[in-house]
Design a protein around this ligand. Structure first.
Ligand code: TYD
Ligand code: MG
Length: 489
């Protein structure tokens, strides 16, 4: 009889040890070691020598002799999703889709099973829902097709057999945490099970050239449940973002072996499933309060696309000894730093105020180009005065209160013009860069070329310091209709 061995596996990095420790000696994470029982006859997952190679081609070949399939990609049927994937699904790739419960992972993948332009069958393996439930969802999404095969097994060995005999082009696994390998005695969803099953699926994907899409659960703090090695093993990791309460859903590629990361796909959850949103800025700004204190619009780059978002701030006298700093969609430590700069420059008393700062629509911003907009929203809330009307605010703020240059200014300005913004506050140090772009001729497109037939550019107002920017933002509104094309210095 196989003996059972107890091991402790780190949830973050996959490190294994025989005794419990409070801190993982490998990745230094606290409280991540989880107890697991393994049959000693099972292949020890930590011993690579006993493992089958993920790809069965063992002989060596010169790189130039490796033939590349004509078109190894196919469309997922959703243009937004194709963009984050880098141009569609790649045959033989393993894609991991993570996200909060109820955000729409199963909905998206059922839609993709129907819409993807695959050469063969689609296999939908669900360990979470019954066949009837999936059929009901399909009916709701108006999916009537016979090229989707359902499988509700949870044993990896059986799923593997089904895949080998059916040879689908696309296989969806919903979810990786429900599959278990009979060779391991630990519970489904445990670190070693997830790792073993993913390794098995990776072998199938590479050997049979099947695109396998895995759904991964996330833990309370937003990380994918299971070891970090899961993310290392797969080719592409996509994360759902957005709030359950809002209909917007965003999908971001955090790892992609076949394309750029940082691209963001926008969807809207409707009663007929997820619909693509091509004009994200318009949607994010719809219903925005106009000329209200504490609301500022800025532009952040999501991959190659500029997205206009509204930042809202609310400040209240604090009743705590340490004032609260709440930030949604923004980095809290960055907020702390920016508020310190504001206090130093204007002595407005934010140190005794609770500050709540929110990016509307559930978007997460990591770009420093939104610093000035955050401070403008805070200042506007503090003074209870709206900012200059119809103005986009751009710029990174340094510790001495200087406004630092930002990247991709042209694309942001064109998008702002398209959405009808009439003026834009931007870093003074971006002026020379913009002038260079205007002169960059012949051949290459410049800002003026792009806008000749396109939208009217907003009036450009350059600011070098925080004080200058605030002066312009809170000065009395200019008369409407004085829209200038080009710059003002
Ligand atoms: P689901 O795809 O089951 O989420 P996940 O697999 O990520 O847990 O999505 C469930 C939510 O989506 C559910 O709360 C209802 C909503 N929904 C719609 O609004 N419209 C639809 O057409 C469908 C199928 C789901
Ligand atoms: Mg689901």
């Amino acid at each position: 009889m196989a003996k059972t061995k107890t091991i402790f596996v780190c949830n973050a990095c996959g490190y294994e040890t025989s005794g419990w420790m409070g801190r993982c000696p490998s990745c230094q994470a606290w409280n991540t070691l989880i107890e697991e029982n393994m049959k000693s006859s099972a292949p020890a997952s930590s011993m690579p020598s006993k493992r089958q190679s993920w790809v069965s081609q063992n002989e060596t070949v010169p790189l130039s002799d490796v033939s590349v399939e004509e078109d190894p990609r196919y469309t997922s049927g959703l243009r937004e999703l194709d963009r984050v994937l880098g141009g569609g699904f790649v045959t033989g790739s393993l894609v991991l889709v993570g996200g909060d419960p109820g955000i729409g992972k199963s909905t998206l993948l059922l839609q993709v099973s129907h819409l993807a332009k695959t050469k063969g069958q689609v296999l939908y393996v669900s360990g979470e829902e019954s066949r009837t439930q999936i059929r009901m969802r399909a009916t709701r999404l108006s999916i009537e097709t016979n090229h989707i095969t359902l499988c509700t097994q949870t044993s990896f060995e059986e799923v593997s057999q089904t895949i080998t005999s059916l040879r689908p082009s696309l296989c969806i696994i919903d979810s990786i945490q429900t599959l278990y390998s009979e060779e391991l005695s630990s519970a489904p969803g445990s670190v070693s099970q997830v790792r073993e099953v993913t390794a098995g699926l990776l072998r199938l994907a590479k050997n049979l050239l099947i695109t396998i899409v895995l759904v991964g659960h996330v833990t309370k703090d937003g990380a994918l449940a299971g070891p970090r090695v899961l993310e290392h093993m797969v080719d592409t990791v996509l994360y759902f973002e957005g709030e359950n309460s809002s209909p917007f859903r965003m999908i971001r590629a955090v790892k992609n072996r076949f394309g750029a990361t940082g691209e963001l796909a926008f969807f809207e959850m409707t009663d007929v499933g997820l619909l693509e949103v091509e004009n994200a800025s318009t949607l994010l700004l719809s219903g925005r309060p106009i000329q209200v204190p504490g609301s500022v619009v800025t532009s952040c780059m999501e991959g190659t696309r500029p997205i206009l978002v509204e930042i809202q701030a609310l400040l209240n006298p604090s009743s705590y000894s340490v004032p609260q700093r709440m930030a949604q969609g923004l980095d809290r430590s960055r907020i702390g730093m920016l508020l310190a700069v504001l206090e130093k420059k204007f002595a407005v008393g934010v140190n005794n105020m609770d500050a709540y700062i929110n990016v509307v629509g559930g978007l997460k911003i990591t770009e420093t180009a939104c610093d000035l907009a955050i401070l403008a929203a805070v200042f506007s809330a503090l003074k209870d005065r709206p900012i200059r009307p119809n103005t986009l605010v751009l710029g990174e703020v340094g510790l001495t209160g200087e406004i630092r240059p930002i990247a991709d200014i042209e694309r942001r300005l064109i998008e702002a013009g398209r959405l009808g913004f009439t003026s834009c506050i931007l870093p003074g140090s971006n002026k020379s860069g913009l002038a260079r772009i205007q002169k960059r001729k012949p051949g290459s497109p410049s800002l003026t070329d792009l806008t000749d037939s396109g939208p009217v550019l907003p009036e450009l107002i350059f600011a070098d310091t925080l004080s200058e920017a605030m002066d312009v933002l809170f000065m009395d509104a200019p008369t409407q209709g004085s829209i200038k094309k080009g710059g003002r210095s």
